[in-house]
Design a protein around this ligand. Structure first.
Ligand code: SME
Length: 156
């Protein structure tokens, strides 16, 4: 079952009725957890100091914090500024296991004014859960998030 990502983007835009980064990122996590099937963790990691990711708003079990750019799937997304899609994290040496239930992972970097603001991390207990369509769709949802949020204020 492939979600209707254009519809989800319109719904997310309607939900984001402030420009506040904290409110919008919390709402976005809850929205994704509600609308996307078979997820066990959804959350943002923010770059609040150089080359380090701090845990931000999320849904799911308590998670790892902090994550340096040099480690894990989230670190790779932050370092390369490219989305990371992993079918089976157990087969990957450079994976930080927060929740042993997680099998597949999709991490999308968020870049604003050529600065890495943070990453969105989606985890699923189902191996191979995220397709190329899910990656492109989630990237489009993150564009909606970035366009509707004053992310520069996250650092003040
Ligand atoms: N698995 C991630 C760490 C974050 S948790 O999944 C919430 C990683 O390897 O970067």
């Amino acid at each position: 079952m492939i979600p209707d990502y254009p519809l989800l983007a319109r719904q997310l835009e309607a939900l984001l009725d402030t420009r506040d980064w904290l409110t919008n990122s919390a709402q976005t996590c809850a929205f994704l957890m509600q609308e996307l099937h078979d997820l066990n963790w959804v959350g943002f990691y923010l770059q609040r100091q150089p080359e380090m990711l701090s845990l931000g708003p999320f849904q799911g079990k308590p998670a790892c914090h902090p994550i340096p750019f040099s480690k894990g799937v989230c670190g790779a997304a932050a370092r390369t500024r490219r989305s990371q899609r992993v079918d089976d994290v157990h087969a990957l040496a450079d994976h930080i296991a927060c929740d042993a239930q997680s099998r597949a992972e999709l991490v999308v970097p968020l870049v604003v004014n050529d600065r890495l603001w943070g990453v969105l991390d989606l985890d699923s207990p189902n191996e191979g859960r995220f397709s190329e369509v899910d990656q492109a769709g989630t990237e489009s949802l993150m564009m909606t998030f970035v366009e509707n949020t004053d992310l520069a204020k996250a650092f003040q």
